[in-house]
Design a protein around this ligand. Sequence first.
Ligand code: SF4
Length: 78
Amino acid sequence: TYTIAEPCVDLLDRACVDECPVDCIYIGDRMAYIHPGECVDCGACEPVCPVEAIFFESDVPEQWQAYTAANAEFCSEL
Ligand code: SF4
């Protein structure tokens, strides 16, 4: 799955939402989140993010790794 990390916080550009073919990117109060159970790993969202907030799960930078769980947690409560 893909993960949205810190650069999205308080920016919420939403370009990724328009790209996602399965509509699995959800908008929270301060950032967007990817639903890990719905993401089909197409990669379409990653290059359109203006702040490079989106990473494939194994590429999430060390300091932002907690965001993988945060994406899953937010989406599990939808
Ligand atoms: Fe949606 Fe594809 Fe991005 Fe997954 S990788 S969130 S399916 S655009």
